[in-house]
Each structure stands twice: as C-alpha cells, then as structure tokens.
Design a protein around this ligand. Structure first.
Ligand SMILES: [Cu+2]
Length: 455
C-alpha cells in the first residue's frame, strides 16, 4: 500500500531537521534482491532499486544518487518526467552507462505531479525482465481527497521450474519478431495476489502501472464505479468514467478513482484478463467502514500540471513515422548501421523492425525542432502487431481523436495493428529525445528513433 507516511526515505539530510530543505536528496541502489514467491522453492533472484517506491515533491529540486551494485552497467530513465536531456538516463544517447561499483547523480526539478516510474534504460529488455524499476510518485501540493491511495504495479515474469527467472530465454528472436517476451507469473507490487485494504463505502485512488516487458494487461474492475483522473501522470481536465475494464500497455499509467460499495465485505478479486485464463491480480480486502453516504458526488479533477497549451496552434514541424517489420510484416530489407540489409541479414543482427526503413537509431533525427515549437508526428503502424509508443521528455496529445477532445496527455500510447495516429506536442528541453516502442523487445529489435530539440 502506498501512503505518504510509509515511504522509505533515503534522505539523510532531512534527519533532525523540520525545516524544508532546498534540495530533496535521494539514494537509489541498484542491487540484487529476492522475492519469496513459492513455498516449494528457494527465493527468486531479481534485480531491484533497494526500495518499494520513490516519492518526490513537485517543484522542489531533486538530487538522486544512483549506486550500481549490480554486476552489469546500467542507467536510470525517469519515465514521463520532463527533465533536462542529460538527466534522461538513456544509456548511449544522453549518458554513459553507470559501471558496476560506481554511482551517478541525477538532478532535476519535478515539474509535474503524478504517477511515474524509474527504470533501467540499458540492456532494457534484460534489466526490465529482471525487475530493475521503481514506481515514482510526485505528490500534489494539495492532497487529493480520497480515503485510500493504492499503487498497483503490474508485472509478468517468466520463471522456470526451479522458481528462478528464466534468463536463458532472453533474446529469443521468435519473441522479438512477435509480441515480445510474455511471462508466466503475474505479480502486483512484486507480490502474488496482494491484499489492498479498503473500507466498505470508501473512495480509493488507484495508481496503475504496467511494468511488464511486452504484455498488454487488462484489468477488470468488477463493475465498480470508477473514473480515470490521470493518464501517464497528467490530470484529465474532467474525470472520465470507465466502463469497468482498463487496457494498459507496457509503461502506461492510469490514476483511477474507485468507489467501494457500502455492502462489500471480505475479499473481492481484481482480475487480469489479457491471457485466455482469467487471473487474479490482487484482492480488495474490505473491512467494515464508517457510516458513509451511499451516494457520492463524482470525483473532482486533479490540479492541472504546467503543461503547454496546444489548442489553437498549428504545427511548426511535421514528420511521418512509418512502422514496418515483425512477423507476417513482409519487410524485405531495412537500413541498419548505415547499411541496407536483407531481412535475413537483419535477423543475424537481431533486428526485425524499422521506422521509416531504418532499424534502430539512425544517425540523423526523425525531425529537428526549436524548443517551444509545436510538433506533429503522424505515426502509421503498418505491422500486424500492437505497439506502445513512448516519447522521452515530453507529453503529447492525440490530435483528431476523442482523447484529444478530452484533453488527455500521454508519454506512451498504445497503437493497434494497422492503426494510424497523429501526436502533437511542444518541443521541450534541448537535446536528443528517444521515440521508441515500449514493448521492449521491439525496441531492441529496431523500433527506435530520436528527435532533436534545439535551443
Ligand atoms: Cu512494438
């Protein structure tokens, strides 16, 4: 359970001082950890960040030191945070990887309150599969009125018959050309079917993050009254009533308001239904509540973050991004590292997808824009697979869609096969920003490009 009080703060400078510090300092240690998932086998070896959650204050400068106590290099990307480019944590593009035994300090001021996450951006397909991520919450300066605030971090792990992570299957080209790596164990908050305690008749904020490598999850809310109040950290201008189920692509976040019926008691399941078998992700543990009114008012919206205004602006820069490749995609060739290669040669290089005919990062950006300019990218998914497209360092809107009309922002958006969408955003901090598929095997196998923002 997430509450403001039980956060593990690694902030030595706060000790003994009640005065607000000018800088919020945090320490993150990338290190091995273990999960006790199976009573019949030894604990499962994972990688983690030494805590359950990272909590930051909005508008207060943060200084986050990351120590690497893993045997491999790594880096930390602050997914959804609008940070200076050299703080983005994209190994090989915005920084060198943090070597084992060394540390790296990230400095940025959280502009936006909301639900984010920090995760490895180095050999991401392997390090995410090992669990190297951390939910990140930037608190609103005025607490939002709810009875409970619960986090629901969904993940699917692949474990073998001894209860350990199946690392031998990492890198399977079959998976990289299809839907990516799928697990065989569903966890919520790194636990098997945890209990989320709520009172009957109470109102809960549910912060949902899909931390899986590639699995698109679907949560069934069992007919609960619920509203989306934020997407990818950014508040909706008006809460949007859900129809009781929520589809969430890897790396997406949704903040929901959920009303627990006054007549509920005991344990009530929350199902995840993306596979043929309906799985129980977690249970509501409903305890008797106070006398609460059965009829509640609809939830109010969260205070807006300082996002740019796009309405009424015409794009200054435009680009098109054609996604091709993958199984049944019929891609015959693509350019990889400045060389045109046949599909077979690409496969030898573990490449299978292309953006505008180029597999993996091109030398030149998809587009270049000056900071403050309005940018429009038309993205065409000409493949047989869904993809979750993520733009670093920016939030964007889907122009010409219902979601645009509803004022919904994204840093990651799910695209169905053969879907076309147009995203608009304001070019932010100068630097090189990745645009890639967050089904992380697809990124590794070619689905990555970058945009350039100049001062
Ligand atoms: Cu993809």
């Amino acid at each position: 359970m997430y509450t403001a009080t039980d956060n593990i703060r690694a902030d030595a400078s706060r000790a003994g001082s009640s005065k607000k510090q000018a800088v919020q300092q945090r320490l993150i240690t990338l290190e091995p950890e273990q999960a006790e998932w199976f009573s019949q086998s030894p604990p499962t070896d994972l990688w983690g960040m030494g805590q359950d959650i990272l909590e930051l204050e909005q508008h207060v400068p943060a200084e986050i030191t990351v120590r690497n106590r893993l045997p491999d290099p790594s880096s930390v990307h602050w997914h959804g945070m609008r940070v200076p480019n050299n703080m983005d944590g994209a190994s090989g593009l915005t920084q060198q990887a943090i070597e084992p035994g060394s540390s790296h300090t990230y400095r940025f001021t959280p502009r936006d309150a909301g639900t984010y996450w920090a995760h490895s951006h180095h050999n991401t397909y392997e390090q995410l599969a090992r669990g190297l991520y951390l939910p990140l919450i930037v608190e609103e300066s005025t607490p939002y009125p709810v009875d409970h605030d619960h986090l629901l971090v969904l993940d699917d792990w692949r474990v073998n018959s001894t209860g350990q992570l199946d690392l031998e299957s990492l890198g399977s080209m079959h998976e990289w050309t299809h839907g990516g790596r799928m697990g065989n164990l569903l966890t919520v908050n790194r636990e098997i079917t945890p209990r989320l305690q709520v009172e009957a008749g109470s109102r809960t904020r549910l912060r949902i993050l899909n931390a899986a490598n590639s699995r698109i999850m679907t949560l069934e809310l069992n007919g609960l009254q619920s509203w989306i109040i934020a997407k990818d950290g950014q508040p909706l201008t008006k809460p949007l009533k859900t129809n009781g189920s929520l589809t969430i692509a890897p790396a997406e976040r949704y903040d929901l308001i959920v009303d627990i019926p006054a007549d509920w008691q005991g344990e009530q399941p929350i199902y995840e239904t993306s596979s043929k078998t309906q799985l129980t992700g977690a249970f509501w543990q409903v305890i008797p509540g106070n006398e609460r009114s059965a009829v509640r008012q609809d939830p109010q919206s969260l205070p807006a973050n300082p996002v740019p205004v796009l309405q009424g602006k015409q794009p200054d820069q435009q680009a098109q991004l054609l996604m091709t490749g993958g199984a049944m995609g019929g891609m015959r060739s693509a350019v990889y590292r400045n060389t045109r290669m046949s599909a077979q040669k690409l496969s030898v290089n573990k490449q299978a997808w292309a953006f505008n005919g180029v597999a993996n990062l091109p030398d030149t950006p998809l587009l270049s824009a000056r900071s403050g300019e309005t940018v429009e990218i038309e993205i065409i998914n000409d493949t047989r697979w869904p993809h979750g497209m993520h733009l670093h360092g920016h939030h964007f809107q889907q122009h010409g869609s219902d979601r645009y009309e509803a004022g919904i922002w994204h840093d990651t958006v799910l695209m169905e096969k053969n879907e076309k969408l147009t995203i608009r955003f304001q070019a932010g901090e100068p630097g090189k920003w990745l645009l890639h598929c967050h089904m992380i095997e697809h990124q590794a196998a070619g689905m990555a490009t970058w945009i350039e923002v100049t001062a």
